[in-house]
Write a protein that binds this ligand. Structure first.
Ligand code: BGC
Length: 266
C-alpha cells in the first residue's frame, strides 16, 4: 500500500498539541502531507508533533490560535496559506470538556465548551472552504476535505456533560448540513466519532485498573482505544480512497454505540 497517500497536500489540524489531534497531525504527516499544527496553550506539545512530522519526512509548522476567536482563526489560516501555498485538508479537532451537574453548570462552562467545540469548528470550516474555493481544483478528486472530530456523544446522551453532548450533537448536524451545501462544490465533509480513547481528556476513566474495568463494560470490543485508531481513520477519510464517503459519521468506538447494557440483559 502507498503509505504517502497524502503527498503534495497540506492539512491543518486544530488542537494538535495533545491527544487525538496530535496523533492525527502526526499520522497525516507520515502519510506525506504538510501539516499545520494548531495549539491554544501547549506549545511544547505542538513542537513535539512538528518534530515527529519532520522526522517522517514532511513539513510542519506550529501555529497558536484560539479557535473560538475569529481574528485568531483568520490569522492562522493566513499563515498556513502563506507558508504552504494553500490548504487541502482541515481536521476540526480542538475540543474540551468542562463537566458539572446540570444545576451547577455555569454559563461560562456552557459558553466555553460550545465556543471551542462548535463555534471553533464553524469558524475553521468557513476559513477552509473560502480557501478551497479561491484555489480551485488542484489535481485531487475533491476541492478539499473537512473532517470534524465529533464523539459517540453526538448520539449517546451524557449526564453531567450537557454542554459537551450539546456541542457534539451540534457538530453532527453542522457537518451534515455543510456536506449537503458544499457537496456540489466538490468539498467533502465527514466526521469521526471516537469512543473512549486513552488521552488526557478522560484520564480518570482509564488510569487505574478498576476504572479501566468499569469503562470496558461500555465497550463490546473490550479494548480502550488508542490515538492511532483515530489517526488511521483520519488519514483514510482525508485520502482519495474514501472519495465517495460524504456527510457520514465514522464511529471509531469499539462498539460503544451498540447499547452494551443489553449484552446480558433486556
Ligand atoms: C469524551 C471522553 C469519553 C468518551 C466516551 C469522548 O467524547 O471526551 O471523555 O471517555 O467520549 O464516553
Amino acid at each position: 500500500m502507498d503509505n504517502k497517500k497524502l503527498a503534495g497536500q497540506t492539512a491543518l489540524v486544530t488542537g494538535a498539541s495533545s491527544g487525538i489531534g496530535k496523533a492525527c497531525a502526526i499520522a497525516l504527516g507520515e502519510a506525506g502531507a504538510n501539516v499545520v499544527v494548531n495549539y491554544a496553550g501547549n506549545g511544547a506539545g505542538a513542537y513535539e508533533a512538528v518534530e515527529a512530522i519532520q522526522k517522517a519526512g514532511s513539513k510542519a509548522i506550529a501555529v497558536k490560535a484560539d479557535v473560538s476567536q475569529k481574528d485568531q482563526v483568520d490569522a492562522m489560516f493566513e499563515e498556513a496559506i502563506l507558508t504552504f501555498g494553500t490548504l487541502d485538508i482541515l481536521v476540526n479537532n480542538a475540543g474540551l470538556q468542562k463537566d458539572a451537574p446540570f444545576t451547577e453548570m455555569t454559563l461560562e462552562q456552557w459558553n466555553y465548551v460550545l465556543g471551542v467545540n462548535l463555534t471553533g469548528q464553524f469558524l475553521c470550516a468557513q476559513a477552509a472552504v473560502k480557501e478551497f474555493l479561491r484555489r480551485g481544483m488542484n489535481g485531487h478528486r475533491s476541492l478539499g476535505k473537512i473532517i470534524c472530530m465529533s464523539s459517540v456523544h453526538e448520539l449517546i446522551p451524557w449526564a453531567g456533560h450537557v454542554n459537551y453532548a450539546a456541542s457534539k450533537g451540534g457538530v453532527m448536524l453542522m457537518m451534515r448540513s455543510l456536506a449537503q451545501e458544499l457537496g456540489p462544490m466538490k468539498i467533502r465533509v465527514n466526521s469521526i466519532a471516537p469512543g473512549a480513547i486513552k488521552t488526557p481528556i478522560n484520564r480518570m476513566a482509564w488510569e487505574t485498573p478498576e476504572a479501566e474495568q468499569r469503562l470496558l463494560r461500555l465497550i463490546p470490543y473490550k479494548r480502550v482505544g488508542d490515538v492511532a485508531d483515530i489517526g488511521n481513520a483520519a488519514v483514510w477519510l482525508a485520502s482519495d480512497e474514501s472519495d465517495y464517503i460524504h456527510g457520514t459519521t465514522l464511529f471509531v468506538d469499539g462498539g460503544m454505540t451498540l447499547y452494551p447494557g443489553f449484552e446480558d440483559n433486556g
